[in-house]
Design a protein around this ligand. Structure first.
Ligand SMILES: Nc1nc2c(ncn2[C@@H]2O[C@H](COP(=O)(O)OP(=O)(O)OP(=O)(O)O)[C@@H](O)[C@H]2O)c(=O)[nH]1
Length: 371
């Protein structure tokens, strides 16, 4: 090959290399595959990907409604079903002349609202005394007197704080008891939401092992707010061992509270005594029980009272949850139960919605009755 041919080949090669280089430099930077169409600065607004991936939406825990002011929010339900009590009493007390017949009618109205014989009589006596001493027929004043006496009867001095926390390393242990159908599992679910709203960590224990569906129901409540349920896959498993396992899990994981849903389907008192006693004893091997909540259906009236007394003989009840108060005109049951058991109503159920559970507040309750 002669020298001029080699020179031409070198020049051609140089032109190709320089041309390629010029092309790359003039074209500008290329977006990475699958990335943004242009180059991006740190403060650029993120552009959506060209094609949204078809992944299922992540199941995020729900955010329960805040607890503060719940009774106020749910008050309309209470007044709707109980307004006749307040209105009836006010009408009677506003009569021109309040004689013995009127007082008898007042007592009857209170009995009809399930206030109980003792409390009804006490209320009538204190009102009689005040009407005599203050000698007033001004409706606003009469309403004020009735409000004060009802609040006194509901007893604002009772401690209604839920004992949800344990001491030191121990989780708080809450046992929820009551006959089936009163709203126990629903209450555990709603209360779990209250605790989640208050940023507490908790574990649920499905110690109602008679029905697999009961554990499923509890687990569904828990899943909705990201709370774990300890359960047995075996129907009829020992409730005490599930309760133990739940308490142990709560302790191991450093949870604030373990809440145990128990079975209420018991034929006789001896069986109930054995089972609840065992659940409590076995759970206490892990940590002391801090709260025993008895759930009562407000629509069952005297029947609910009988059940309450049986449970109170078996376990040391520390608080009452009165459910379905939205569906009864017998709100007076709050007073009767507290009077009979000497245990405060701590929570009230006012509907089937997940956040329709409110801390019981005597003044708010009485105001709803008198609305
Ligand atoms: N209106 C109303 N319904 C309620 C309330 N609380 C619970 N319920 C309903 O009562 C029914 C029974 O509730 P559950 O929680 O299954 O009762 P349970 O005591 O656990 O019954 P078992 O699981 O059979 O032992 C359900 O339909 C609830 O939605 C309430 O405060 N108001």
């Amino acid at each position: 090959m002669n020298d001029s041919l080699i020179l031409i080949l070198f020049i051609a090669l140089g032109v190709i290399v320089l041309g390629g280089l010029a092309f790359v430099l003039l074209r500008g930077p290329r977006a990475p595959k699958g990335g943004y169409p242009q180059t991006r600065d740190a403060d650029d607004v993120a552009a959506p990907p060209a094609e949204a991936p078809e992944a299922p939406a992540p199941s995020r825990p729900e955010r329960p409604a805040p607890v503060a002011g719940r009774l106020v929010r749910l008050r309309a339900r209470l007044s709707r079903s109980n307004s006749m009590l307040g209105k009836g009493l006010l009408a009677l007390l506003s009569r021109e002349k309040i004689d013995q017949d009127v007082w008898d009618e007042i007592e009857e109205t209170l009995l009809m609202a399930d206030l109980g014989a003792g409390p009804s009589q006490r209320l009538v006596e204190s009102l009689q005394t005040r009407v005599r001493i203050e000698g007033t027929d001004d409706p606003a004043h009469v309403k004020q007197m009735l409000r004060e006496e009802l609040i006194r009867l509901v007893d604002p001095s009772m401690d209604r704080e839920l004992a949800l926390d344990g001491a030191g390393e121990d989780p708080g242990v809450v046992l929820v008891v009551g006959v089936n159908g009163v709203g126990k599992t629903t209450t555990v679910g709603k209360l779990a939401r209250v605790m989640v709203a208050e940023e507490k960590s908790l574990i649920l224990g499905a110690a109602d092992t008679f029905r697999a569906a009961a554990a499923d129901q509890l687990q569904t409540w828990g899943n909705r707010v990201g709370v774990r349920t300890v359960r047995s896959e075996q129907e009829g498993a020992d409730p005490a061992s599930v309760a133990y396992e739940a308490a142990e899990t709560a302790r191991r994981e450093g949870a604030d509270t373990v809440m145990i849903d128990t079975a209420g389907r018991l034929q006789n008192k001896a069986g109930l005594m054995d089972q609840l006693g065992k659940v409590k004893r076995v759970t206490e091997k892990v940590a002391p029980v801090t709260e025993v909540l008895l759930v009562i259906d407000a629509t069952t009236g005297q029947n609910g009272m009988v059940q309450a007394k049986v449970f109170a003989e078996v376990v040391n009840i520390t608080g009452i949850v009165l459910t379905k108060l939205d569906g009864t005109a017998k709100g007076g049951i709050v007073v009767a139960i507290q009077d009979e058991l000497g245990v405060p109503v701590k929570l009230v159920g006012l509907g089937e919605g997940p956040d329709d559970l409110a801390p019981f507040d005597p003044e708010g309750f009485v105001d709803a009755l008198l609305d």
